[in-house]
Design a protein around this ligand. Sequence first.
Ligand SMILES: Nc1ncnc2c1ncn2[C@@H]1O[C@H](COP(=O)(O)OP(=O)(O)OP(=O)(O)O)[C@@H](O)[C@H]1O
Length: 290
Amino acid sequence: MTATLTAENTAPVPVLRVRDLTIAIGAKKNPKKIVTGISFDLIPGRIQGLAGESGSGKTVSSLAILGLLPANASVGGSIELDGTQIIGMGRRALNDIRGRRIAMIFQDPSSSLHPQIMVGSQLTDHVRRHLGLNATDAKARAVELLTRVRVPNPEEALRRYPHQFSGGQRQRIAIAIALACDPVVLLADEPTTALDVTVQAGILHLLKDLAIERNLAVLLVTHDLGVMSAIADDVAVMRHGAIVEAGLREQIFGAPQHAYTRELLDSLPGAQNAPSAHGLAVAALEDDAR
Ligand SMILES: Nc1ncnc2c1ncn2[C@@H]1O[C@H](COP(=O)(O)OP(=O)(O)OP(=O)(O)O)[C@@H](O)[C@H]1O
């Protein structure tokens, strides 16, 4: 019998599935509802954007994926990594997933870098701990990673401290550490918000390339629709803890259905020409390591 190719069996398989995620934080008697039932998939090689104004619940949602919410948070729904439920998982199992299978980069790269430890040790400690490499192989891996994220003079960079690099280079180093153990999911929370626009474009370009070449499923959390339009493949728009609209980037930017999405797009600088003419989108494709 010949197999029939249907839309169903050719659909990409998500590596991470979020279903009806609810998050409340605070005292048991009167918790504050922060996320009210969101669903999305992360697919290898694709960038899923989570957009929305400040306070809409984007960061809290991504922290839930890492099991990093405060102790007074209650989480409902389902978050499955390759079919394994993350919600309610024990601390040991979560620690094993964090950094190894799911990595994260933040707005401030310094928060993932220790200020008093040389960049080389931070990278090699990470791969030695998680991958069990010996010192020589760990160093080779560190150089390879710094080369890939385009930190200049990688051998020398290993012996420098984070403060000796620019903000953009620090974010590149944070990305190298995040990728050190070949994660399948990368959570990127406002990864370029602290950087100026020309540097932003280089980092966005890098994230886009890495997603494709490593078949990495990326969740890009940002309030900045310019950043979103530059690299996201799929976009979900959040408001007050709910997803109000989701779809392909072209649909969301070209034909937004929800009034709130239109409002956000109208508030973009140069909105009358946006989104395709947005400077970042163009710059991200043209720019190189800066
Ligand atoms: N530990 C906490 N305790 C209580 N409330 C919290 C806690 N962390 C976040 N919140 C609240 O949850 C809501 C969503 O916050 P979140 O940081 O997810 O928003 P966001 O969409 O990522 O916005 P931003 O871009 O400003 O970070 C906010 O009202 C915030 O005050």
